[in-house]
Ligand binder design. Structure first.
Ligand code: FE2
Length: 409
């Protein structure tokens, strides 16, 4: 409980810590084969590659021959430069000693947006004072976001950031030449604006449209809300993320007290207590589930990621996505509905690495009172998608929460 003495003034607001997490901004996984995963996440699910990053130069010479391809992908569903990343696991483990100490990690990072550059900078001493190691700080290239990377008690790399690059109408990422300064620590404040940075680049003659632009391989033949797209649905949000925890209480304390997420609900899943935490009004952005749940869930791997969600634009899109993915060979798998309190209709798929990926459309929204919807008022639906009706009644919060901005593609 925060007392007057340990409150922090953040832009005129007294808070329990010197920043306020606003949303899960991006999330990533380390995978056995980026190319194989792209077939699932890019070709089928429609996430768009915004940039590549080669980890090759960071890999010790002696290990280079063993690790295979070393290029990872930044991906997006909207205008944020990345909302998802696919990085090559072997290359990352060879180039980053953090993974040596935490070989079970296949989560690349859990990344939280805060309100300002000052909140990022003030976060660094905060995490260090809480004994949370901060792996690095400064600014991401590509992506342009100012950040710090604090580590949770079980090794997951979190990131707090401000100001991620926005990809606009032309679809081009910032060219690498625009990242003239490499920031490896928090900047002096106040820092010049992005407008001023771009002005300087233009004055220097840098071609501002020289950055990466995606290529859609598939025919745009599906009507999605009146727009022709290459698949019959659109991912509009990444998350929630669900993690296995060796010590769920320690993880809960970290994500609430240190990082500042709010506990929406705790629930028993197959006899194990799970914790559902929110960053904003969504029922949860993160779930912490005890390691003991792994076997009852039938998950034979030893990775720390239980699974994660991708929100689609509507109920009709979800139904179409189930057919589309089934035709592509990805048949839904069974996981208990208790893992997903607050979510409407959904299915779980297994990605090429065996990660559980949840497609859903509706997420309960939590307002000023902080109370979730009473369980008896929640939507009930058959788990078998073939039994879902063509239409369902709207609930008060069916269309609420984070809004997708801009054209669908
Ligand atoms: Fe990041």
């Amino acid at each position: 409980m925060a007392t007057e003495k340990n409150m922090h003034a953040v832009d005129g607001l007294r808070l329990g810590r010197p920043f306020q997490v606003r949303r899960l901004g991006h999330f990533g996984i380390n995978v056995a084969s980026v190319e194989r995963s792209l077939d699932f996440y890019e070709r089928l699910l429609g996430l768009q590659v915004s940039d590549h990053l080669d980890f090759g130069p960071r890999i010790p010479e002696a290990l280079k021959a063993q690790v295979g391809p070393s290029v990872g992908c930044f991906m997006r569903h909207g205008t944020d430069h990345h909302s998802f990343v696919l990085f090559p696991q072997a290359a990352l483990h060879a180039s980053n000693p953090h993974y040596g100490a935490h070989p079970h990690l296949n989560v690349n990072q859990l990344t939280w947006q805060v309100g300002s550059l000052r909140e990022v900078v003030q976060g660094l001493p905060w995490f260090e004072s809480k004994g949370s190691k901060v792996l690095r700080s400064g600014r991401d290239t590509p992506g342009s976001n100012w950040h710090i990377y604090p580590v949770d008690p079980e090794g997951h790399i979190n990131e707090l950031y401000y100001g991620i690059e926005q990809i606009g109408w032309s679809g081009h990422s910032k060219p690498m030449a625009l990242h003239g300064i490499r920031y490896m620590q928090p900047p002096e404040l106040p820092h010049r604006s992005e407008y001023a940075e771009v002005n300087q680049a233009i004055a220097q003659g840098i071609a501002i449209d020289a950055g990466h632009r995606r290529r859609e391989q598939a025919q745009e033949s599906f009507d999605v809300g009146g727009v022709l797209l290459a698949r019959p649905f659109k991912v509009v949000k990444v998350g929630p993320v669900r993690l296995f925890a060796q010590d769920a209480q320690a993880m809960l304390a970290y994500y609430t007290d240190t990082l500042g997420l709010a506990l929406t609900e705790q629930a028993d899943v197959l006899g194990q207590r799970c914790y559902f935490l929110r960053a904003n009004t969504e029922h949860h952005a993160l779930a912490i589930c005890p390691e003991a749940l792994r076997t009852p869930l039938g998950m034979t791997h030893n990775r720390s990621l239980l699974g994660f969600g991708l929100q689609l634009g509507s109920y009709a899109q979800l139904r179409a996505a189930v057919d589309f993915m089934t035709q592509a060979g990805y048949t839904p798998i069974d996981l208990p509905p208790a893992l997903s309190p607050g979510l409407g209709h959904h299915v779980w798929l297994r990605d090429p690495d065996g990660n559980a990926v949840q497609l859903y459309w509706e997420m309960e929204q939590i307002g000023w009172s902080g109370l979730p919807r009473p369980a008896e008022q929640r939507r009930i639906w058959p788990s078998q998608p073939s039994l879902w009706p063509e239409q369902v009644d709207a609930q008060t919060d069916s269309c609420m929460g984070e809004v997708f901005l801009g054209p669908l593609n």
